[in-house]
Design a protein around this ligand. Sequence first.
Ligand SMILES: [Zn+2]
Length: 522
Amino acid sequence: MTRSASGANAPRDPAVSRRRFLAVGGVTVAGLAIIALNPFGGNNDSDSSTPAMAGAPPSPDPDHTFDVVIESGRVMDPATEFDAVAHVGIDGSTVSAIQLAGSDQPRLKGKISINARGLVVAPGFIDILSYAPNPYGIWFKVADGVTTNLGLHGITSTAANFFSSYGSPALKPPTHYGGAFSNPWTRSQLGLGIGDSSSAKQIDALVAACDEDLRQGYIAVDFEPEYTPGVLYDEIKALAEVAKHHNVPATFHARYSDDMSPGTNAEALAEVLKIAQDTGARVHVEHIISTGGTFTMADSLKTLNSARRDGIEVTACMYPYNFWATYLASARFNPGWQERFHISYDKLEIVGTGERLNADTFVKYQKQNALCAAFAIPESDVREALQTPWIMLGSDSILEPGNRNHPRSTGCFARGVGRYVREEKVIDLMSALAKATILPARLTEKGAPIMRRKGRLQRGADADVTIFNPNTLIDRSTVANPGVESVGVEYVVIAGQIVRNPSGNQTSVRPGTPINREAVSA
Ligand SMILES: [Zn+2]
């Protein structure tokens, strides 16, 4: 679980420090030697050796009693690459002290103490590609380590309705919550079918709706041309200009998802990049593992890396699975799907039962529009995307009552770490955590300044903390049974409140706050 000295591909917050701490065999190179290096700057010996937000107040006096103290965990902050055994003090909803273990400062005192010995103490995970935080599925997210649930694949409601619904006592979630303007949903409200193209007047109406939704708090603009093939370039461009105006990303379920002409991954990414070039908007490729990259990951990443070198602000996210899932009546299963996705019936599995299909049962289930998993993502694509430092994790799902969802809805983050760091050693732990914390924070913080305090475990940051056992963390949901909590997330702290402890989720504790475009003070 240690970070290799050569694996330095996690991005850093240059404003904080470029110093890295190495933990060797679980024993941290800590103590006076590191304090003497004084890498983080600060107000006293204790503060100077641990990460802090710019402008954060100094740690409280030694006799201070914190609301919560997290003791003796392996504190990891991907933004600074801080990695050392330390104690974390929380007051209210803010991290107010981080103290190296073994320092000669008096031990932090807390009204509540969490013993994190042997556990990793990380910034709370940010699920960039979730949906509305329904009161059932959101608790599985908590068990998967998520503290901020962002529906950047589009929310099927206006922003005003979304924030008033989830701000109500009945629906208030444990996690922080935000979302994106949905182009497909909004155009459906105007009476546009999925194959219909918009008139100039309808584009004006969409632009007005988008502008209003961003003013009301949405933090991205979502497009799904694969599902709404009638959407033409001019419509996307007009809405991306609204995204640019409000400095939020344009997020894309891109137009194509395979390598067969006509309509290839390369064409899909070209459209996304052209939008960025023509409007100046930041663009984000949703689940590149299943749309825009499948079978062509090396070429797709080459295209995007080249665009990034040219100064285009493009990012992507992925769920760490080698199968996708969608409804059998969707356009994905139009005739020719076997050729397009390089599979046959036997690679299709009904969600909730695990039944594998044949030519006869395919017809039966397509009539029912059943949700179906397709084992159609090469494992090499998964690994290549994971090893790309700027690609973040995003679940692309939240469990709904009835448990008819891809298992990524409940296991995305535990699997990213448990399977691909510990078991398969595809990436190191710090890089995996960056994909769940600082990368999503950076994607959203320009349009939503409240995100500047999230995705970081630093003095002055929001007290959203995920504490997990690196030796046991793993997903347990399957296609047959997607409704199983991940294991290994021992504590989840959100806004300073303990939402999950080793006995499970604390469902009466729901401190979630809206993630909207309002600037935070200070
Ligand atoms: Zn999608």
